[in-house]
Design a protein. Sequence first.
Length: 154
Amino acid sequence: MTLSTTTHLNFRGDARAALEFYGRVFDGTVSATTYAQVGMPADAPGADKVIFGLLVAADGFRLMAYDVPGESLGADAVAGTTRRENGATITDRAFFVSLQGDTLDEVATRWEALADGATVIEPLAASPWSAGFGMLTDRFGVTWVVDVRAAHTA
């Protein structure tokens, strides 16, 4: 048996915009199904929102997203804050999305794209544990931890 996980992000009205943005960041293909496409009356509030969204990139990166039914609130609906203080991460968020790559060039490209409209918590730079580490909260309220994967020694 083979198991895998895919990050599934919940939005309050901007899942399609987020998927399109992440599609550009990760050079992937986005598919999105609306509530209307699975039977909600087309004129019902929220029928045009995403019930199932998927981003798949050639390098294997995958991300899912949907719009939680109800009022559209955008990135303001994301609960919590994150900051770095004295070398520690202080947060009340339930999760971060961790993005790792083998080289600084590989992660720097994604970092620059994610940083468009983001709040940078910790700039991408060398750290004691990585050739590159950074944190940001993107324009959709998702906090990303981006770093270069540490080489494992035997």
